[in-house]
Design a protein around this ligand. Sequence first.
Ligand SMILES: NC(=O)c1ccc[n+]([C@@H]2O[C@H](COP(=O)([O-])OP(=O)(O)OC[C@H]3O[C@@H](n4cnc5c(N)ncnc54)[C@H](OP(=O)(O)O)[C@@H]3O)[C@@H](O)[C@H]2O)c1
Length: 378
Amino acid sequence: MKYRPMGKLGISASAFGLGCMRFNGTASGDSVIDEQKAVSLIRRAIDGGVTYLDTAYVYLDKTSEIVLGKALQDGYRDRVTIATKMPLEYVHNRAEMEALLDSELKKLQTDHIDFYLMHGIDRAKWESFKAIGAPAFFDDMKKEGKIRYKCFSFHGPYEDFEYILQDYDWDMVQIQYNFMDIENQAGEKGLKLAGKLGIPVVIMEGLLGGRLSRAPSNVQALYDAFPVRRTPVEWAFRWLCNHPEVSVVLSGCNEAEQIDDNLRIFDTVESGIMSEEECRLMENVRLAYLSRTKIGCTGCRYCMPCPNGVNIPGIFSVWNNVSLYDTDPKWNWDLKRIIENGQGADHCIGCGACEAACPQHLDIVEKLQIAWKELTAE
Ligand SMILES: NC(=O)c1ccc[n+]([C@@H]2O[C@H](COP(=O)([O-])OP(=O)(O)OC[C@H]3O[C@@H](n4cnc5c(N)ncnc54)[C@H](OP(=O)(O)O)[C@@H]3O)[C@@H](O)[C@H]2O)c1
């Protein structure tokens, strides 16, 4: 296992951080987490050198922290740092923040949390956190020793990231990043800014929730043609670790084989490790994924609201995603939500109001029907 510096904190952490969001149920489709298996996976990762574990109050129906707490008995707690999170949705004042943090400490069976994050914030959520006094609360908890580092995780647009990052004395930030997201959310610009400020960056969705682990044929052809053979997972993690600003790459693993594979990969990757040819390969891989884009919708929402309630950018985003990563639309939750909310293209009456508003001049009415047919085909 390689260990990487955590920016201005003066500590280091394992390059591979175990995400505790994706443990399976006891049986297929079962929402009750298989505790015994999860505990054994967590300990397997720690025994292999992992020192960074990421969970959250809400993960796995609020059971993730409990399972992690159990896994960290028998001396394991002292070998690792824990990151967990406060969700805005559950706190409205200081008393509730205190109660929530105390409940997390109890579930995790520990007297302190190393990295405490405001969960999944954008600018609006940050303002709400400020309005209920969260910054002062985090300061006080740090002084009391209940938390060691004040952090946030982020899924908003870059402008929000730039603002939030410089609006408080943060110790760490967790962002979604991978070779497909260099211009999405915090993106490469956000990563570099955090690096410049000395704020360590922890990466989530490094494999886009697993989608980058299964290369579609045109991408696999590029990997196959490269003189050195590596799996898509290895390429994705190698690319991430090549960035000096990255401290920890989280990966949520469901199987011992995935833990072992990641332990092997994170034993070989370091910042600045990639040759020019390798960087070119990954840029070509990115372009090969993008060539699978179905429609050039940028999600600007100028076409919205549709008078008939069709979620036009949502449908196009699902259509592009399903094609890019060669996934089955049946398992696409965004599509499921669109159907459940009655926002499908089957409600389109072809009025064309959207086309008149589209700055990309897309033939929306026709493409919506094609997309819908493909996405809902049996
Ligand atoms: N703060 C937030 O808002 C937020 C949001 C998202 C995630 N997170 C955190 O970040 C962590 C990581 O995110 P993520 O779970 O989405 O990470 P990820 O690494 O993008 O995806 C995890 C998935 O990748 C696949 N995988 C992992 N290792 C593999 C290997 N060696 N070979 C093949 N497939 C492999 C598995 O997919 P299969 O299941 O298909 O096998 C696994 O479920 C989470 O666990 C969570 O702790 C936080």
